[in-house]
Design a protein around this ligand. Structure first.
Ligand SMILES: [Zn+2]
Ligand SMILES: [Zn+2]
Length: 110
């Protein structure tokens, strides 16, 4: 039997705290980057209830007391990553006009 493998859907876990590549798991079993593995994630369900992160056979999943269990991926999709409060924003760079060098052979000196 010929099984068609799809390679386009490689799993890419992102850290829910900073959206970096999740290379490790935190204590809840959620893929995080190495900087945030010590943090635990608090997720809210669409219904407004806090989700319980459970460790299951197939990895972490979320449990809502109202809606029941859901895929952690789905719960993470609803989650908006925290933006750093410091607001480290680069000031807009002053516009430097690009110098145009006119080559002498392009200038018509009479
Ligand atoms: Zn992170
Ligand atoms: Zn819910």
């Amino acid at each position: 039997m010929y099984i068609l493998k799809r390679y386009g859907e490689s799993r890419k876990d992102t850290c829910p705290f900073c959206e970096k590549h999740g290379t490790t798991l935190n204590e809840q079993g959620i893929p995080t980057c190495s900087d945030h593995k010590g943090r635990s994630l608090e997720l809210k369900c669409v219904c407004g209830q806090w989700l319980d992160i459970k460790k299951g056979k197939w990895g972490a999943y979320a449990q809502c007391i109202r809606c029941g269990n859901m895929n952690l991926k789905k719960a993470l999709e609803m989650h908006v990553p925290e933006k750093p409060m410091e607001g480290k924003k680069d000031p807009p760079k002053p516009h430097v006009p690009t110098e145009i060098t006119v080559r002498s052979d392009e200038v018509d000196f009479l």
